[in-house]
Write a protein that binds this ligand. Structure first.
Ligand SMILES: [Zn+2]
Length: 305
């Protein structure tokens, strides 16, 4: 494991069997604490993540860059640079490029990890909400929308692609077409149906509930398994089964998806990777079933921006 923190952009690196994993700090956002914790009362959740004066809690935008023998894979792309000041203020978004490598802090982090956006072979979108797929594309200097990873195939579930185009009142604020329509127009999407092997050792698996076709990513190498959970379990505070986001469109489906996946993750000692946890990038579950304990494997000493 290693850390690098120059320019205030955090990249945490570790191995998983023969893979190298880089947890990329692509910025931060703030979302309403009540919406993030659904039916959980504030006196309980605020002990885990305290709210600001507008009841918002700080959340990471943590993407994962995976080096395998076969491909360089980026999982999720943060918020991007296409939203206006008012939008960024409401959601407390801070993701500007600090080193000049590129439209946002995501590109800074990719460079810090030793790669460039042009090196990315595959982008996996867990789903198409703006804080996961916003960096799929960017505004260039003239204000034209460009695909951010020009050589990459982008992978998303066909069902998520179709759901994002329903445009109904409950979901449309989360699905901004400029984050995904230009990728489709460029012919760069590969739409998948259910479990799908991306390259050997990297598989997308449906984890429905947050959205009906949300997917997580399971990584397996040399006997070690990791799972990038995305919005199935956005922070370590969401590990208890009933701690489910109010944003989820099918919360009872989320409940059963979590029950199955977390039981398997504990039994098989999976490394769990958290996209939105403000502090912890990764860890695993130990203890007896009645009292599971989360063990943080985030390396200390580099949390000062
Ligand atoms: Zn989401």
């Amino acid at each position: 494991m290693g850390d690098a923190s120059t320019d205030g952009v955090r990249v945490r690196t570790r191995t998983l069997g023969d893979f190298r994993l880089h947890a990329l700090d692509a910025g931060s956002q703030k979302l309403d604490g009540g919406a993030m914790f659904g039916v959980v009362p504030k006196p309980l959740w605020q002990k885990r993540i305290p709210a600001d004066e507008r009841n918002r809690i700080p959340l990471a935008l943590r993407c994962l860059l995976v080096e395998t023998r076969d491909a360089l894979i980026l999982i999720d792309t943060g918020v991007g640079n296409k939203e206006n000041e008012r939008f960024r203020e409401i959601y407390g978004i801070e993701n500007a490029s600090r080193s000049g490598h590129g439209p946002t802090q995501l590109e800074d982090a990719i460079v810090k990890a030793g790669h460039s956006p042009d090196d990315v072979d595959i982008v996996i979108d867990t789903h198409l909400h703006f804080d996961h797929a916003g960096g799929n594309t960017h505004f260039d200097a003239e204000g034209h929308v460009k695909v951010s990873f020009p050589r990459a195939k982008y992978i998303v579930q066909q069902g998520e692609r179709d759901f994002a185009h329903l445009r109904n009142e409950r979901i449309s604020a989360s699905y901004l077409p400029h984050n995904f329509d230009p990728v489709e127009a460029a012919g760069q999407y590969r739409f998948v149906h259910g479990d799908s092997v991306v390259v050997p050792g990297v598989k997308v698996v449906p984890t429905p509930g947050h959205t009906p076709y949300h997917q997580s990513v399971v990584l397996e190498s040399a006997g070690r398994t990791a799972c990038y959970l995305a919005d199935l379990v956005p922070t370590t505070a969401h590990l208890p089964l009933p701690w489910i986001m109010g944003y989820d469109v099918e919360p009872l489906v989320t409940l059963e998806t979590k029950r199955g996946l977390l039981a398997r993750a504990k039994r098989e000692e999976w490394l769990l990777i958290f996209e939105h946890d403000p502090e912890m990038a990764w860890g695993h579950i130990e203890g007896d079933d009645a009292r599971p304990v989360f063990v943080d494997e985030t390396s200390p000493g580099e949390d000062v921006p």
